[in-house]
Write a protein of this length. Structure first.
Length: 384
């Protein structure tokens, strides 16, 4: 037993939160092992899929605006020239409905944080983006420096670089840890015992399954259906920079331009039904397909008869408020939870990994909004 290798930190879950946590810890000289049951940003993970929006707008919520600013800087530094195509600077266009308080609060926060943006009235919107039908839209806010992260490949690149920095990665299924006090080790389904000083569980929608007594009623995995619509041949109006990434919060809809010839991406942002990430069906429903078709026909008239060329079913892992969960296990003090991305978390991976490293290594002051005690068993979404 004296030859048993001991790690400083074991990170369980190789999505965007786990990948960046392992990266920051390895960068600071820690002996780190990163473990995932299915692989980095695998097809069932909340970090899986091709693309995620990175935007600075969060209404009056300056905390997440500043985290997004810091994360965009870190993403761009990390990608450099080797992975430069993993960030697509499409710009992000916010569309406002009648008396859109959330977007007016976003304007105030962007100004306060010195984020570049442009306000557009209805006439300007129609001139700049004639391919969009702006019924029910009163004005827009455009973030020119924001855009899209190529999600699956970005996470794989972070994991690869963490390994180059000394982290170990392995494919393994972890058994639910038991006990109280300090956790000495975790076991895999293959019978391996992994010893570490700290254990960080960044398991997304699986957090509630691993810790059912604590998180089973506080992490809400929801079914989210995503669609890609084929673009007419030779038509460049739906590719960047002609069409930006866009969000219309009044309708709880978001979309991305035709990136890498995948087609126009669109999804509803309202939370779907609660699901089990292991067993939920991964085929889209006819009901949602019709709803999305109708919306595309309304908002992008040229695409009224466009084919659906690709679909995806993933999940959010929501907390009651939409705030992240980053806190210690209440009984095992060297065990950490880090999750609750709640549909907006992917962009924040660099800042969240840095935050966790600071909590473990520096004893940094925690953000109260991320605490376990603020997570309720009833959903009341406050972060968009």
């Amino acid at each position: 037993m004296s030859n048993q290798k001991r790690y400083d930190v074991a990170v369980i879950g190789a999505g965007v939160f786990g990948a960046w946590t392992a990266w920051h810890l390895a960068r600071r000289g820690q002996r780190v092992v990163l473990i995932d049951a299915y692989g980095p940003a695998h097809s069932r993970a909340s970090s899986g899929g091709e693309s995620r929006i990175i935007r600075m707008g969060y209404g009056a919520d300056e905390l997440y605006t500043r985290w997004a600013m810091r994360s965009l800087l870190r993403w761009k530094e990390f990608f450099g020239t080797e992975h430069r195509m993993l960030f697509q600077q499409t710009g992000v266009l916010w569309l406002a409905g009648e008396d859109d308080l959330q977007l007016r609060q976003t304007i105030f926060t962007l100004k306060r944080c010195e984020v570049p943006f442009e306000e557009m009235d209805r006439d300007v919107l129609e001139r700049r983006f004639p391919q969009i039908a702006f019924d029910d839209v009163t004005f827009g806010v455009f973030e020119p420096e924001s855009g899209v992260l190529m999600a699956r490949r970005a996470v794989a690149a972070v994991v690869e670089d963490a390994v180059k920095r000394g982290a170990e990665y392995r494919l393994a299924q972890i058994a639910t840890p038991r006990g109280s006090g300090l956790l000495d080790s975790i076991s895999t389904s293959a019978g391996e015992r992994i010893v570490a000083g700290h254990f960080v569980f960044t398991c997304g929608a699986w957090l509630g399954k691993l810790f059912p007594d604590i998180l089973g009623e506080r992490i809400f995995p929801s079914r989210q259906e995503v669609f890609f619509f084929g673009i007419p041949g030779g038509d460049s109006r739906f590719a960047p920079p002609t069409l930006p990434t866009w969000l219309f919060q009044h309708d709880l809809v978001y979309g991305m331009p035709d990136l890498e010839s995948r087609g126009l991406k669109i999804a509803f942002d309202h939370h779907g039904e609660r699901v089990d990430p292991d067993t939920q069906p991964r085929m889209v429903s006819q009901e949602m397909a019709e709803a999305v078709r109708n919306y595309v026909a309304r908002r992008f008239p040229v695409l009224r008869d466009a084919p659906i060329v690709e679909t995806r079913v993933c999940q959010y892992e929501n907390t009651s408020s939409g705030d992240f969960l980053v806190d210690r296990h209440p009984e095992m003090k060297n065990v950490w939870f880090a999750g609750g991305g709640s549909g907006h978390g992917f962009k924040h991976g660099p800042a969240l990994g840095e935050y966790i490293a600071g909590q473990i290594l520096d004893g940094a002051s925690p953000e109260p909004r991320f605490s376990l005690t603020t997570k309720d068993t009833i959903q009341n979404r406050a972060v968009y």
